[in-house]
Design a protein around this ligand. Structure first.
Ligand SMILES: NC(=O)c1ccc[n+]([C@@H]2O[C@H](COP(=O)([O-])OP(=O)(O)OC[C@H]3O[C@@H](n4cnc5c(N)ncnc54)[C@H](OP(=O)(O)O)[C@@H]3O)[C@@H](O)[C@H]2O)c1
Length: 377
């Protein structure tokens, strides 16, 4: 039986995780749920899945939910998230909160020797070395949920890392792939929030439009698979059918394909190392016979290059970049500046940052805080 604790159950990944749990109800149960403040949806989830504990990060909302559900155990704040992440009977923690804050309960889950289904890419970008070494020393598996990393994870199963020539992450290219310079200067928040192939939360949708999402994924792949950064490439594949490719030294390539739906990688993370019948109808190749590849344009989308620069420099820079980007994306959504200013402001901030060594969770949180203070100005 897979007994899940879900961090971020009310988000896009969280809701799809519960869809999979409903589909596999004879072998998946829900032990613990956590969200930030969306107690209306959380209340429905609690009534349907009957978790043993619930965490609501926002303390007033936690009190309100406790009033609505007097018999439930409802915790709040970081202690609440950590309690969900380390709930004794859970054997798989789905890390699906947005933002770097998700690093804290993810580390708590690993400290408690839980396997983790990881969607929260910010945790690996900010604290990749800490997360991976804790997972290794505690014998925990990190099973990626991001579709590209799930694809790579599936293609690498049973293969020797030294036989890998390249990891090729595919990118849809986002909604502005074919925009001219003139069109890029007129992008509005509403059109940046409309992704052509994936339905996701607002932060990751904006990151997809700037290609920062792909940059974060490059860093995520670097930590997850221990492959040198020179061997991790990105190719634009607008149909989003091939989720990523591993090329081996003999020239053979393995690619993983499926409908562009997060249900597939979420279900794989839950049933791993086994497979179960999926939710979607099987794919009809004739429905979409076109599969294309293009190089990413880092002049139009400089965020991808900034992410490569950050991981090549290493130390605190990826953590700094990730937090500064998060603030800038929120400021763009709040209509404080244009879409094109996101990479311009980010590059300026990164250039000023004095990179230091990261050795602890406290180091990560300190750099994260500095980045947030500097990016808000
Ligand atoms: N969506 C995708 O297709 C996709 C694909 C690959 C990877 N990812 C990654 O998965 C993560 C989640 O993405 P998403 O699209 O599901 O985001 P989302 O729809 O915005 O949902 C975010 C979830 O995190 C919760 N949350 C945020 N801050 C929290 C806090 N301080 N304490 C507790 N819960 C908190 C939210 O709770 P409330 O609802 O109460 O605010 C919500 O449940 C991100 O790291 C993203 O990069 C997403």
């Amino acid at each position: 039986m897979k007994r899940l604790a879900i961090l971020g159950s009310t988000g896009s990944i969280g809701v799809n995780t519960l869809n999979v749990a409903r589909h596999l109800k004879d072998e998946v149960c829900i032990e613990a749920l956590a969200a930030k403040s969306n107690i209306d949806l959380l209340e429905q989830q609690v009534k349907e899945f009957k978790p043993k504990i619930i965490a609501v990060f926002d303390s007033e909302k936690a009190l309100e939910l406790q009033r609505r559900l007097p018999k439930s155990t409802i915790l709040t704040g970081m202690d609440g998230l950590n309690a969900v992440a380390s709930y004794p009977s859970a054997n798989l923690v789905i890390s699906a909160m947005t933002g770097t804050l998700g690093l804290i309960p993810t580390m708590k889950a690993l400290e408690s020797r839980k396997n983790v289904g990881l969607a929260n890419k910010e945790a690996l970008v900010s604290g990749g070395s800490l997360v991976m070494s804790l997972a290794e020393s505690n014998g925990c598996k990190i099973i990626p949920i991001d579709s590209e990393h799930s694809a790579l994870f599936q293609c690498l199963k049973g293969e020797e890392p030294k036989t890998v020539h390249r990891l090729i992450l595919t990118a849809s290219g986002g909604p502005f792939r074919n925009y001219t310079a003139e069109q890029l200067s007129q992008i509005t928040v509403d059109c940046a929030l409309r992704h052509p192939t994936w339905s996701m939360g607002p932060k990751v949708t904006i990151d997809s439009s700037t290609l920062m999402n792909k940059g974060l994924e490059v860093i995520e792949a670097y930590w997850l698979f221990g492959i040198p950064i020179e061997k991790i490439e990105v190719v634009v594949h607008p149909q989003s059918l091939i989720h990523s490719i591993v090329e081996f030294v003999d020239g053979s390539m393995l690619a993983q394909m499926s409908e562009p739906s997060m249900i597939v990688p979420i279900q794989y993370a839950i049933t791993y190392p086994e497979r179960r019948k999926g939710i979607h109808p099987y794919y009809d190749f004739l429905k979409n016979p076109l599969i294309q590849f293009f190089p990413p344009d880092v002049n139009k989308f400089p965020c991808l290059q900034l992410a490569y620069d950050a991981i090549r420099t290493g130390g605190s820079l990826p953590c700094y970049m990730n937090a500064a980007n998060e603030v800038l994306v929120n400021r763009f959504i709040a209509r404080q500046f244009s879409w094109q200013e996101i990479p311009i402001r980010l590059e300026k901030l990164m250039t000023r940052h004095q990179t230091k060594k990261i050795s602890s969770l406290e180091d990560v949180l300190a750099v994260d805080e500095i980045a947030r203070q500097e990016a808000i100005l």
